[in-house]
Write a protein that binds this ligand. Structure first.
Ligand code: NAP
Length: 307
């Protein structure tokens, strides 16, 4: 069994995966995708429930997406997860999409119907909501939230979830202001406009945003690479802040390190990965996976606990 499969494999899936027992019937598709921790998590849940299927990675480039989606039914897929950069394109490609996917502007979970029709869902926002509750013991509806990087895919899904849960105040910041405009229009449809503020990632907006927030969420890519700076400077972080970094790399991210300096509690994105994955699993099988089995999968070498 390979760690990563490609479109060439998908074209003759039964031959490419002839050595796989149970058969590979679920995958995460992305470009890149080799880093994804989803297979460990889902394979542990599948094995625990005795479901005769396995989950793998498919490296699909943007210009290969249409063909790849069309091949899933013939290859015997139950469903897929989508990651960077495919979520918005899959929303356009599926036969129908749920409300969370339409709000998030992207699909992270696809069910391949018996007739080959594709049904799209997004579990990113609901998964984030569960992760916050689990990490800090408080729900979004009680928290004033600051989203850093709200113009990206994860930022949009999280901002829409906060608005849908009617959090008391929502501040949306993004490096490129123009990317916030479509989100602000959509968010106003589910949340009273007087609860929303927006701006860029300049020091002034960060200072005001942090002063008026309880929960700070990093949805920027800052922290993925060694040497990245914190998306919010330590001097504006207070001990009362709750910091959630959607990044789940194996080190304390720059935002969480800045929070440590200020004495603030923080958690990384592993719990969001876990809960969005558990919600995808439930969509595919109409059964709750064992979340502790998923958490104990090899990805638990990352430390997700709130500190
Ligand atoms: P995306 O759509 O490409 O968005 C990237 C975001 O990062 C944009 O807001 C972008 O701002 C910002 N950004 C990139 N480089 C920056 C820099 N140098 N300074 C300031 N802002 C910068 O990506 P995505 O899918 O939303 O992913 C964003 C993060 O969320 C990633 O770190 C990913 O690991 C994490 N994530 C985690 C989970 C989970 O389950 N834990 C799920 C999804 C995503 P501009 O608009 O100005 O370019």
């Amino acid at each position: 069994m390979k760690e990563v499969y490609t479109l060439a494999d998908l074209r003759d899936w039964r031959t490419a995966t002839a050595d796989c027992d149970p058969p590979l019937r679920l995958a995460v598709i992305g470009d890149p995708v080799a880093h994804s921790a989803s297979p460990q998590m889902h394979n542990a849940a599948l094995a625990a429930l005795g479901i005769p299927a396995r989950y793998t990675r498919l490296h699909i480039k943007p210009d290969e997406l249409t063909e790849a989606l069309a091949l899933l039914h013939k290859a015997g897929f139950i469903g897929i997860n989508c990651t960077i950069p495919h979520k918005p394109a899959v929303l356009d490609a599926v036969d129908e999409a749920d409300e969370n996917a339409r709000r998030a502007g992207g699909v992270n979970t696809v069910v391949v119907g018996k007739n080959g029709k594709l049904h799209g869902f997004s579990t990113d926002g609901p998964g984030f909501s569960r992760a916050v509750q689990e990490s800090f013991g408080i729900g979004l509806k009680h928290l004033r939230v600051l989203v850093l990087g709200a113009g990206g895919g994860a930022g949009r899904a999280i901002a829409m979830q906060c608005a849908a849960e009617q959090c008391p105040a929502l501040t949306l910041l993004n490096r490129s202001l123009d990317k916030l405009e479509p989100l602000l229009d959509d968010i106003a449809k589910v949340c009273p406009f007087d609860r929303i503020s927006s701006g860029d990632l300049s020091d002034l907006f960060l200072k005001i945003g942090l002063a008026n927030s309880d929960l700070v969420v990093n949805c920027t890519a800052l922290g993925m690479k060694p040497g990245d700076k914190s998306p919010a400077p330590a001097r504006h972080i207070e001990a009362r802040h709750l910091l959630y970094d959607t990044i789940y790399v194996g080190h304390r991210t720059p935002l969480l390190a800045a929070g440590d300096t200020a004495g603030a509690r923080g958690a990384n994105g592993l719990s969001m990965l876990l809960h969005q994955g558990a919600l995808s699993f439930k969509i595919w099988f109409q059964r709750e996976p064992d979340i502790e089995v998923m958490r104990a999968a090899p990805l638990s070498r990352f430390d997700s606990t709130a500190k």
